[in-house]
Design a protein around this ligand. Sequence first.
Ligand SMILES: [Zn+2]
Length: 438
Amino acid sequence: MKTLIKAGILLTMDEQGTIFEPGHLLLEDEKIIALGSPDKVPDTAGDRVIDFSQRLVMPGLINAHTHTPMSLFRGLAEGISLFTMDGFINCLRRLEGVADASMVPAAVEVSCAEMIRTGTTCFADQYFYMKDIYPVVDRSGLRAALAYGIVELGDRDSREREIAAATAFLESLSQHPRIKGWVGPHAFFVDNSEEIIALELDMARRFETGLHIHFATSSEEEDYCQNNFGVSAVSYMKELGILDFPILAAHAITVNEADYGMLADSRFTAVICPSSSMRSGFPAAALKAMRAAGINTTIGTDNVANANSYDLFREMDIAAKLSVYRESEPGAVPAKDILDMATLGGARALGWEDKIGSLEKGKLADLIALDLTDIGWGPKGAQDIYTAIVYAISGMHVTDVMVDGQFLLKDQQWQTVEYQAAVQQLNQDYVQLNERLS
Ligand SMILES: [Zn+2]
């Protein structure tokens, strides 16, 4: 079936920065088959017509670092940095120690609902409990890269069990049209032995996938590698063959500047999570310098125990302002570049740049619509569209969300998730969690 979308503004995010005002987008099932001004793509082209003449249509946002079950812990890390060993062990590990698999589905459904509501169409998750996360994500209709969390447990039996379970998970997703399995070591060097890193790389090679990790959150890896091997963490990653694979590196706050060239030459992506690092009292990543060096950069929310919100519009706003603040330079990273990070940058990170990240002929219809009659857009002609999107509006302007040409949100109503039921269950799970904590 052919669907014609009539957009008030069609923001493509293609390489040329093409904007049609108004613009028409023609879909055949899940694919974009034509787009342009109304005289090029006429009203008669579609079997059905969707009237978004009061809306801006743009590519869906990509959240490149999440831990979806952690919605259960939202509010429980206030005033605590989960980036420090103390916060990690005494807060997070304590919570994770009393939570169980039965509490995962509701938390993941709430996370998916919040991402959909605020215009995210694709996300990269990393956590354990992946086999409990997957069915909820599958039902939500979101596109996802699900990294099976691997925690090095020290003894050979548990290590083999972890690797076998991760392998089975990746195998189960090998034919999935929308969801891809990734490998999810928590962090290299900090809590993974070289032996398990070798096994993880074997797995990534076999399933043609990448590794989703935390990297350079603090100088832990750098110090460890300098002290033990006499080289930087990035050099050691190269030595071990890690940089031959796509790497989603959450935070990337303390990356050694001398190593930028090596990272730019590999499929490494620095995933900036500004709220999470700010709320933890950690410095801002060198976003401007990493981008200038040619490193792929993108944005994630991280867990909402730290960051509290899944709204990537807010996260773009904060990322842009934080880079201005860091550099003491207005416009340090322009709004258009920030939006590029949250769309094409995310697609590149996941190896899906030929499918998503921009609205172009041949790509998939992963798109969102924003209400142009709502606050923040004007005056027309003064504030450019990228500045409005990054600084003036929020995810609550999103009215519609499509993945693969299917509505996940229609007129601000969820189509695939049961938000109220999931929140009720989340509240009950929290009561139980709290009882176990006391
Ligand atoms: Zn994280």
